[in-house]
Ligand binder design. Structure first.
Ligand code: MN
Length: 406
């Protein structure tokens, strides 16, 4: 390989995730991340990397990947292989400087237009922790082990990493009182999640069979589902989350194709009771992705890692989520985003939200600058990172970061 890739880079030759970027002299376009560079797919098409099919250039020179993704996995995977071949040559090709961009001077944009957003609740550790705080005798509700619980979230407020999040205001019920007040949230939280991006539409009225479900998954991104717990607690009965969630969710800009994660497949937790037939799956469906969350306070600018978790803990797989989502005939569209729900592990340092880390606000965390947190504060920055690593092969997601501004 002629290009130098730092060995600790998330964007190895095995990864090649897709995103949309712009630079000072190039408008929005599709790219593939490689090390500290981006392969400009529009320039690559101009240099006939994908054959002489000129229509590609038009599909790639857009502000979202939806149209490109909709071409289907045979096409998008072939583009990835062509890029891989081009990068794997022994000597630097003549067109290298025309096709490569410096990744650190590019601005990343939302990779897809998101028609619909669904948030699941697929971590048994998270559901049990939250349940314990609110219903100590009966933490896991009776439906939880039978179906992947989820709700329809707000697609329009999903933003790309680096976009500041406005501190939300809303109705809060002060402790011990019966009348709510209006004001800024006092219990701002992150949720450590992964989301998958739909790559193939399904018609309304036709369920997706669990055996084919992964054909509909284009790739994955890191997902921070910001949550105002006090607003959520007061509003959520009986219809579920609303204003405590819909003010913003942040995603990482590079969509890692499902195919790039194949070497990191791992068995999920044993499901008991056995799921109903339409949710019964064969094969190895979980993925071993290390996850880390850090918080940076405005006064120090030093990150403190507060969570280390892993997607392997998820009880319900992506295929099960998708089969359940559509079993009633609900359709899916290219660009739809389906988030896992907070990913908590078995140990307290793997809990994926401040709600759990501080156990409902009763156990403050100490940051490296000496300040403490039960929930987040205005000016805090939250960063999530994720990566898979096995036998010297690293496939990572980069990061999703967001500053809470007042
Ligand atoms: Mn969530």
């Amino acid at each position: 390989m002629w290009l130098n890739i730092p060995s600790n880079s998330d964007f190895s030759i095995h990864n090649l995730p897709f995103g949309v970027f712009k630079t000072t002299d190039k408008g929005p376009r599709a790219g593939v991340a490689i090390g500290d560079h981006i392969v400009d797919l529009v320039a690559a098409a101009e240099h006939n990397l994908f054959g002489k099919r000129r229509f590609f250039k038009k599909v790639l020179e857009q502000s979202t990947l939806n149209e490109f993704i909709a071409l289907g996995k045979p096409v998008t995977n072939r583009v990835r292989r062509k890029v891989q071949d081009w990068l794997s040559q022994a000597t630097r090709p003549d067109n290298a400087s025309a096709i490569l961009c410096d990744r650190h001077s590019a601005t990343m944009l939302m990779p897809v237009r998101v028609p619909n957003y669904t948030d699941f609740y697929s971590s048994i550790e998270h559901a049990t922790n939250v349940g314990k705080m609110f219903r100590p005798d009966n933490p896991l509700l009776p439906n939880w082990r039978w179906l992947p619980v989820g709700y329809h979230g707000r697609a329009s407020s999903i933003v790309v990493s680096g976009t500041p999040i406005q501190w939300p205001h809303g109705q809060l019920l002060p402790k011990g009182q019966e009348t709510p007040v209006y004001g800024p949230t006092q219990q701002m939280d992150f949720e450590l999640e992964m989301a998958f991006v739909i790559g193939k539409e399904s018609p309304l009225g036709t369920p997706i069979n669990i055996e084919n479900a992964e054909e509909y998954i284009f790739g994955l991104v890191l997902f921070n589902d910001w949550s105002a717990r006090d607003i959520q607690r007061w509003e959520y009965v009986p219809l579920g989350p609303f204003l405590g969630k819909n003010f913003g969710s942040s995603i990482s800009p590079w969509i890692v194709p499902l195919e790039a994660l194949k070497p990191f497949r791992t068995k999920g937790p044993k499901q008991n009771p056995a799921p109903l037939a339409y949710l019964s799956q064969r094969g190895i469906k979980n993925i071993d992705i290390n996850l880390e969350v850090s918080v940076t306070s405005p006064k120090s600018n030093v990150e403190t890692a507060v969570v280390k978790s892993n997607t392997r803990y998820l009880y319900w797989s992506m295929a099960q989520q998708l089969a359940h989502h559509t079993v009633n005939g609900c359709n899916v569209q290219v660009g739809d985003m389906m988030a896992s729900g907070t990913i908590s592990g078995p140990t307290p340092d793997s809990f994926g939200s401040m709600l759990e880390l501080s156990w409902g606000g009763s156990k403050p965390l100490t940051l490296k600058d000496g300040s403490t947190r039960t929930f987040l504060q205005p000016g805090d920055t939250v960063t999530i990172r994720g990566w898979s690593e096995k036998e010297g092969r690293r496939v990572g997601f980069g990061e999703v970061t967001g500053l809470l501004k007042q």
